[in-house]
Design a binder for this molecule. Structure first.
Ligand code: HEM
Length: 162
C-alpha cells in the first residue's frame, strides 16, 4: 500500500525537536495530565492499562525521542510504529481509539508548551502524527480500499493537505 510523501521543512524539524526537549524536562507533569484527561474523557480506555501510568508518560517521551532522531528517515519511523501497532493490538487497543488519543495528545502537548507552541509546531506535530497513523493503518487494514478510506479520515482529522 502506497504511503504519502510527507516531508518536514527545516523549521518543522526544529519545532519537533523543541517539543521533545520541553517534554524531557517536564515529562512527569505532562504525562500525568495526559492520562488523567484521557481516562476522564474515555473511561473505557483505563482498564486496558495494567502498568504504572506514571511510567507511561516516559514511554511516550521515548517514542518522541525516536521520532526526533529520525526526522530525516520517516520510513524508519513507519517501521517502528508498525511494530508498536502490533503490540497495541495485543493490549486490546481498537483502531478507533487512535485519533481521539492523538487529538488529546496534541492538545495536552500544546498546553504544556504554552507560547512555545507556534503554528509551525502545530503543523509539524500533526504531520508526524499523520505519518504514525498511516503506519498504524497500514498494519491494521488488509484491503486497499479500507486502507485508503482510513488514511483519508486521518488526513482530514489531522488537517493534512492532500
Ligand atoms: C500515537 C499513538 C501511541 C503511541 C506513540 C503509544 C505509545 C506506547 C508505548 C511506547 C507503550 C509502551 C509499550 C510498548 O512499547 O509496547 C504503550 C503501551 C500501551 N498503550 Fe500506547 N501508544 C499510542 C496509542 C495508544 C492508544 C490509542 C491506546 C488506547 C487506549 C494506547 C494504550 C496503550 C496500552 C493499554 C499500553 C500498555 C500499557 C500497560 O499495560 O500498562 N496507546 N503505548
Amino acid at each position: 500500500m502506497s504511503t504519502s510523501l510527507i516531508q518536514l521543512s527545516t523549521e518543522e524539524k526544529a519545532a519537533v525537536k523543541e517539543v521533545w526537549v520541553q517534554l524531557l524536562v517536564h515529562k512527569k507533569e505532562w504525562g500525568l495530565r495526559f492520562y488523567e484527561r484521557l481516562f476522564a474523557l474515555h473511561p473505557h480506555m483505563q482498564s486496558l492499562f495494567k502498568g504504572n501510568v506514571e511510567e507511561q508518560g516516559q514511554k511516550l517521551v521515548n517514542v518522541l525521542t525516536l521520532v526526533a532522531s529520525k526526522l530525516d528517515k520517516l520510513e524508519l519511523i513507519r517501521q517502528e510504529v508498525k511494530a508498536l501497532a502490533e503490540r497495541h493490538k495485543q493490549y486490546n487497543v481498537k483502531p478507533e481509539y487512535y485519533l481521539p488519543f492523538i487529538n488529546l495528545l496534541l492538545s495536552v502537548l500544546a498546553e504544556a508548551m504554552g507560547d512555545k507552541w507556534t503554528e509551525t509546531t502545530d503543523q509539524a506535530m500533526r504531520k508526524i502524527m499523520f505519518v504514525m497513523m498511516e503506519a498504524v493503518i497500514e498494519h491494521m487494514m488488509h484491503s486497499e480500499s479500507a486502507y485508503k478510506e482510513a488514511v483519508e479520515s486521518a488526513r482530514q482529522f489531522l488537517r493534512i493537505a492532500g
